[in-house]
Design a protein around this ligand. Sequence first.
Ligand code: ZN
Length: 475
Amino acid sequence: MFVQLYNTLTRKKEQVEKPLVRIYSCGPTVYNYAHIGNFRSYIFADILNRTLKLAGYSVEHAMNLTDVDDKTIKGALSLVQENPQKFANLKEALLAYTKPYTEAFFDDLKTLNVTRFDHHPRATEHIPAMLDLVERLIKVGVAYEQDGSVYYRISEKKDYGKLSKIDLDKNKTGTRYNTDEYDKDDIRDFVLWKAESKDGVHWHSNHGDGRPGWHLECSAMIHEIFKGGIDIHTGGVDLIFPHHENEIAQSEAAYGGSFVKLWAHCEHLLVDNRKMSKSLGNFYTLRDLLAQGKKAEVLRYFLLSAHYSQKVNFSEDALHQAEMGVEKFYSLWQKLERFKRHSAEASSTLKTASEGARLSFLTQMADDLNTPRALAVVHEYMREANIFLDSVGMSIAQDDWDEIHKTLLYFDTVLGLIALIPKTEISAEYIKLLDERNAARAAKDFARADAIRDELLEAGYKILDTKTGSHLEKL
Ligand SMILES: [Zn+2]
């Protein structure tokens, strides 16, 4: 099946071509812990990746880490102020400042079961590619040097503004912006390479010591990783201008050809109907929420439950809804595990319903990642499966069991909830029984081993035999 995705550039839904899809997603600036709004954007990238694979595409996916920009440099300077003797230079302090946030970012992705992508490039590891891009832009005549910094002259790019549809009448070409972030009302030439004194975070360049501008980083890394243009570029809507607009300007002018076929942007997350901000006191990192007792699987479900193109409101009520959704899914999954299986003939009705549900789920996901509709398919299927299970007592035909199991797993390739089932503490009594069962098996006393297995099942535990040993899983 082909996936259709809304393209911010053309303002319409477009088909993603097969078989290989190269994706670049703007990742975090590692100056702080990522907040729940950031995770909306990362889960969006995750869902896109998973859906494409489910629909039969090959995916090569990169998500960068911005470890040098105005904010991380400010953080590094604060470390040096606290302890001037500790660092030989600011570059070392920059690394020390960003490292814990980089590790926290990967831990948080794991907590929410977000796919680890093929590439997670860090800006500081691609400085030569960035310098090469600066030189190319000067050579083609769209960039100029001023006081050791290099700027992009936006009046040289005739279609500048095509992504964000900004009002170019406000264009102040020839006047410059030296900061990485600025807003739509102030469109000026933007900085590609920023002069830095020897005491600042710097690399050597033809223009003296300096460091890359934020926008330049993504353009250079995309070119270096993918050796050309990409199929899909994702990010939050707040990145459309100026970040993505500037990426287009740089990459198209320097490398020629098509840069990005399809731009996909994910909307904001509001907290209690207001934009998240530190001053309003409604700014939550994932860690804050977990410390408050919120569950990772509920947060993931919540972030999936709204369409990515719509603003979503984070509230206790919405989380409660998400929790009910997760519980229904887990409860069916765990109920299924408790069923005994026999070899009777399978139900053709269940088979047809399961095949239909899998196809409908994929159809909804392939239609611009329509997660609310896909979740509606999941809930309707769970309702039918529960009715079926209630009708057969505690024993089910193996083929019927397989059909339900396969369908839930199919949904989960996108939902990613099963891996987040909370692990509960297992009492010593059951661990002792597991040891006795393993001893019985080793002694080839299979009757005793099976009897213990059944006893554990009665108590609500399933034995998982793996290469690293046997474990108990709560049903
Ligand atoms: Zn970016």
